[in-house]
Design a protein around this ligand. Sequence first.
Ligand code: ADP
Length: 271
Amino acid sequence: NVQKTFEYRIKPYGEQHLLIMARDVTRLTQLEQTRKDFVANVSHELRTPLTVLNGYLEMLQVSEQVPPELFSKAMTEMSIQSVRMQGLVEQLLILSRIEASSERVFENRVDVPQMLAIIETEALTLNQEKHHTIEFDVDSDLRVYGSDTELRSAFSNLIFNAIHYTPDGGNIRVSWQRQGHRAKFCVADNGDGIAAKHINRLTERFYRVDKARSRKTGGSGLGLAIVKHVLSHHNSKLEIKSQVGKGSEFFFYFSEELCIDKNHPEDEDMH
Ligand code: ADP
């Protein structure tokens, strides 16, 4: 029940007739709207930190003698805002690179266990302020065909989100295991959960359940949009199960053709 948009052209046809041509431009109009929304969103996201930066800069320029505590507050705030802008621009670049790429990702072998070990170290650093219990349950023999950079980005976005959005002292479980012939990656947390009405929209660019909270954690609103694109390159799809007050699970599967198992050397020769 999408409302259709048509473009009409009317031309004389012989002496007594008119030719009316109708073109369905629904898809084009939608794309144009998406593009406009995107530009508006990016501008808005950049304007907020820039306003704060400019405010502090002006204050520092006009004040003859800035008290040391105000000076140090201004420096901290300016640094937070510039890190935020840098994060946003980096995420935008990753997203546009992934969207533009027609790279066939199936030839490269990705050592997922090794990659997850590196992300685990980063997660522990991030966790210093949150004090969650984080458990990694990784099948050390399970690797896949895919893109290193893209998969690293997908895994870390899901893991870091669980750390950010779970209230302090929560439980987070990351698992990478065979399930039947497929490989399953899952991040489960016991955070606040997400109401059903938001779930389908989470992978839209800049969609956040709680904007203020996402900004506070340095979120750009692009993480899950990146995950969605990465997974579609790997013929997979992000699945989300969540219950308000109980927690969330973000997971996806890699099909049998993409799995490489060290214990079965014949898997390595199949491709
Ligand atoms: P952000 O940069 O804001 O984290 P994402 O695209 O990664 O953007 O996530 C979109 C939104 O999904 C977040 O702002 C947050 O509201 C919600 N979200 C993501 N992961 C979780 C989670 N594990 N628990 C609760 N909410 C989450």
